[in-house]
Every structure is written in C-alpha cells, then in structure tokens.
Design a binder for this molecule. Structure first.
Ligand SMILES: [Zn+2]
Length: 279
C-alpha cells in the first residue's frame, strides 16, 4: 500500500509533468471510483480545466484546477497514477487496470489505475478541502519542520497505554505512515513493535524520531518502495525496497545481528522484527 514516500514521489513527479496542462477529456471506465459527484458531473467540472497545483496531505494526493474545484485521490491498496507522454496502443491501457483516463490537450495522458479498486477520486470545491481533511482528524506531517522531537514526545505522552507500532500507523496520530515504514522505524530504533508507549525511554524516543524521519526522507529519494503493485508516475518501481531491513523478511537473518526475523500479528497487521536486537 502506498505510504507517505510513495505518494510524495508521485506528487513531485506529477507536479513537474501535469501542472499547466489542460484536461481535454476524461474517460471514466469504472464509475464507482468517482466519489462525491456523478460521473457526468465529474466530467463536466473537469473537462476544459487546467491543472494549477499538485500537493499531498498524509496519503492523499490533491490536484487543484483553475476553476473552483480540486481532485482528491486516495490510492488505497493498489492505486497507481501514471503519466504517459504519448500513448501508442489503446490496448495498453486495458492491461493496466486503467479506470479513469485524463487526456490532456498536448496529447499526453494521465492514468488512474487500480487493480483491487479500493482507491478513489473525489471532486471537491477548493474551499471544502480544509473541512474534508478535518473530518479525517489527520495527525501532523512527520517531515514538516514544525514536527519537532518535543512535539513527538508530547504526542506520545497522550497515548501511554498504546503499542508503538500500531500507533505510528494511526493516521490521526501521524500522517502517512503505514505498515512498511512503521516496521522499518522500529527496527532502526531497536524497539520492539509491541512495546507500550509508556515503557519507551527518552533515548529510545529520540532514536525513533530520528529513524522515522531519516527513513522517510531516504525512501522519497529512492522514489518509494515497490513491494507489491506500486509504481511511480513514470511507471517505474521504487528503489527503497533494496534498503528494507525487516518488512516482510520473516525467517531471514537480521541484517544487524544475524538472528532470525520473526513475524507476529499486531493489531491485525503482519509485523516483522528481530527478537535479539530490538528490545
Ligand atoms: Zn537483530
């Protein structure tokens, strides 16, 4: 499932490629992927509009238009957003589970693919964006300058009885962290994923804070992690997968101490850790 680094990568690439382009036509092949308006209404509002801005909040991608509207896209499990300069064969689109296709006036196209079809695009008025995100009660962005170590400590202090790894994945606690990066952060910080927050020592919290931010920054540099269907806006896999230390490495040896990695189910999610060097 795309997390902060993957959505940030796609956002950066799309910002470069589609801002300023005019949407000449939109082909909605799977109407259920469009939320908040009928497919006909969506088509009417979007056709003829120019893209003015692409941004991200948590795992949401926001595409603003030069009218009153913005598209809010969530990729969920298997969503992909791919920009293609020139399409050679229409059949290529069908292979890619392309459910919404935007055609730009310069001949380039933008595909919204989704194999498992849990993702969506929602049409909102720009001045509804604030209240839309408020309803999700999304926590702070971990890479923002304002997200200081002190802020992290203060937030943790409000959740003493929760376990650290599921808490990191809670979008109301922190924005954009999912199952992969939460496990990686715990490994780097040498903390067991099922530790109660109140048991974490000052030093461990500091290490977790630094690890989490370093991992996210590095993953963005690598254009995300492709562990399933994720590809970036150029239809390329993300390279951070080569730097993964613990996620999905059950039965393999720990890259720090050589112990066998163990997998448990924690709050309903598969979670790998090293029973030796994570305490
Ligand atoms: Zn280890």
């Amino acid at each position: 499932m795309p997390e902060l680094p993957e959505v940030e990568t796609v956002k950066n690439q799309l910002a470069e490629k589609i801002v300023g382009k005019k949407i000449e036509n939109v082909d909605i092949r799977l109407p259920k992927m469009v939320r908040g308006v009928t497919p006909a209404g969506f088509k009417k509002k979007v056709t003829g509009a120019k893209i003015t801005k692409v941004s991200r909040r948590a795992k949401f991608l926001i595409i603003e238009l030069n009218n009153n509207y913005a598209l809010v896209i969530h990729l969920k499990m298997t969503g992909q957003l791919i920009y293609i300069k020139k399409i050679k064969f229409q059949e290529e689109l069908l292979k890619k589970h392309s459910h919404i296709i935007y055609y730009f006036d310069d001949g380039s196209i933008f595909l919204h693919n989704d194999m498992r079809q849990f993702g969506y695009v929602r049409l909102l008025e720009k001045d509804e964006l604030g209240s839309f995100f408020t309803t999700f009660k999304i926590g702070p962005e971990p890479l923002e300058r304002s997200f200081s170590l002190n802020k992290f400590k203060t937030l943790l202090a409000t959740k003493p009885r929760l376990k650290i790894k599921p808490l990191l994945m809670d979008q109301t606690f922190l924005a954009g962290i999912g199952n992969l990066y939460a496990q990686e952060a715990c490994w780097h910080a040498k903390i067991l994923p099922n530790r109660f927050v109140k048991s974490l020592k000052e030093k461990e919290i500091e290490c977790l804070y630094t690890s989490l931010r370093n991992i996210l920054r590095e993953a963005i540099k690598c254009k995300g992690s492709t562990v399933d269907t994720y590809v970036d806006a150029n239809d390329e896999p993300g390279d951070y997968v080569k730097k993964i230390k613990v996620y999905s490495r059950e039965h393999q040896t720990c890259l720090r101490c050589g112990e066998k990695i163990i997998k448990i189910i924690l709050s309903g999610r598969g979670t790998c850790y090293c029973p030796n060097c994570q305490k």
